[in-house]
Design a protein around this ligand. Sequence first.
Ligand code: CP
Ligand code: NVA
Length: 313
Amino acid sequence: MKDLLSITDLTPARIHSILALGLDLKRDPAKYRDAMRDRTLVMLFEKPSLRTRVSFEAGTTQMGGHAIYYDLGTSPLGKGKESPEDTARVLSRYADVIMARLFEHGTIVALARHATVPVINGLTNDEHPTQILADLMTILERKGRLQGLTLSYVGDGLNNVTHSLMLAAAKVGMNVRVGCPDDPAYRPDPAVVRRTALCAGKSGSAVEITAGPAAAVKGADVVYTDSWMSYHIPEEQMAGRKARFAPFQVNAALMKRARRGAIFMHCLPAVRGCEVTDEVIDGPQSVVFDEAENRLHIHKAIMLHLLREQAGA
Ligand code: CP
Ligand code: NVA
């Protein structure tokens, strides 16, 4: 495994070993103080970011390495003057790891194919794998296990976070329910649903897509939502999407349908009053800031895992 572009790249065993490394990095960061000494991470961004950018950069510093932030808008690639292939070849001569947050998933696939160093997907329109590894780490910390739990996602189903969550949950044996409007514009990508069903068949878990928010969260151990207006969604869709997703808002009444002791998760940034209310995101069941913190630990684990693989260790 050279790159992390999709949850599909990961076997269940690899997911568990990255989670174990993330937990160890959190427990004893000093042990890894020099793990990236003389190593450089290049971070390519086409979209905004708080968590992904800062946690990758801080994580690299904490392990003795150096991170370069590169706004693709100022690059020959972003100006349409250079191909992803040549960009990847050149960056591989300077840096040890590339992390990229892009619109088109195909662009990161092209970068990875031509880079000789590991490429990490820091979010594309289709997937957000680094987020979901941090989420699994957070669930493991809170619940002590993953297998057999039920994770319910409500809101925008045709969404990078939803796709990666579905695939990852099914791989580790969690039941997945997605509550979203019954419309191809808001349901998960059918190809992802098929891949999730295959993974669930292997792990013995179940997948369900439903248009009923209450049915989606009934008896859930984890309730998860995300923005209705992802970075790539045009502003003019806002009013229509708000109306369509309103029944899927995570509020106190919806949380009551979940299992007692259920946790609430959100990758952030959150639009309070839209996909989630203040009382839920600030309430006792919310783990969103631990979840955000775990991005730091898991990103360090992902980089070390890929660098070790690269070194044949
Ligand atoms: N959750 C997440 O990826 O946040 P940013 O967009 O701030 O990086
Ligand atoms: N689905 C969201 C996730 C943000 C971290 C987006 O793509 O904007």
